[in-house]
Design a protein around this ligand. Structure first.
Ligand code: FNR
Length: 187
């Protein structure tokens, strides 16, 4: 049987009814079968404070260990004031320290996001891509800015718009190939 690779899903919104969480759930359904998915929550993380470094809160350790245990990451985020939400940046900051234990380094990552606005999180994703580049994550090329309209998802939570479904399937297929390229040796 083909090996499966564990992908951590990080949603840049804490809202119960988050459209980005719904998009992430729909993307999981489209992904190639050698990827399995586990959502990693940001709810419990305190704001980054260097004074906490001497004895990191257990919620921070749980988060960084969960990320480090993954073979790759899928980050689906809203845009807040033309950038990524503070809750996501905060999580990235915790995971980036200490520098020698940066949990983002060498991780294959696929990023996406949705908003009701016509530009569909383009500014947030470009900032996110820049940050992840600095942290030496391996972000899959291309771009996926999804405008959220009520008919995007069907009643089962799947992508209802055929063009978007095909586009995201191809994007996730390329991410699946990147995971194989970067992780197959370790398997
Ligand atoms: C927003 N929203 C927003 N949308 C966008 O396309 N570009 C933006 O810059 C912003 N800025 C922004 C700032 C703040 C503080 C909030 C609360 C919202 C709207 C945003 O896309 C909308 O609330 C989405 O529903 C957020 O995604 P979730 O939380 O539903 O996943």
């Amino acid at each position: 049987m083909r090996q499966t690779y564990k992908i951590g899903v990080i949603v840049g919104s804490l809202r119960q009814a988050s459209i980005n969480r719904r998009l992430a759930e729909a993307m999981v359904k489209l992904a190639p079968s050698h990827l399995s998915f586990e959502f990693i929550g940001l709810e419990a993380l305190p704001m980054y404070n260097g004074d906490l470094e001497a004895d990191r809160p257990s919620s921070v350790n749980a988060f960084t260990h969960a990320v480090a245990a993954c073979d790759g990451l899928m980050i689906v985020t809203p845009e807040h004031n033309r950038s990524l939400p503070a809750v996501l940046k905060n999580a990235i900051d915790w995971g980036s320290k200490p520098m020698e234990a940066n949990v983002w380094a060498n991780q294959p990552v696929v990023i996406c996001g949705t908003s009701p606005g016509a530009m569909g999180t383009i500014a947030a994703q470009l900032h996110l891509r820049q940050i992840l580049g600095v942290l030496n994550a391996q972000v899959v090329g291309g771009e996926a800015y999804i405008q959220f309209k009520p008919d995007l998802l069907d009643d089962s939570g799947a992508i209802a718009v055929e063009g978007t479904r095909k586009f995201l399937s191809a994007y996730l297929e390329r991410f699946g190939q990147l995971v194989l390229q970067l992780r197959a040796d370790a398997g």
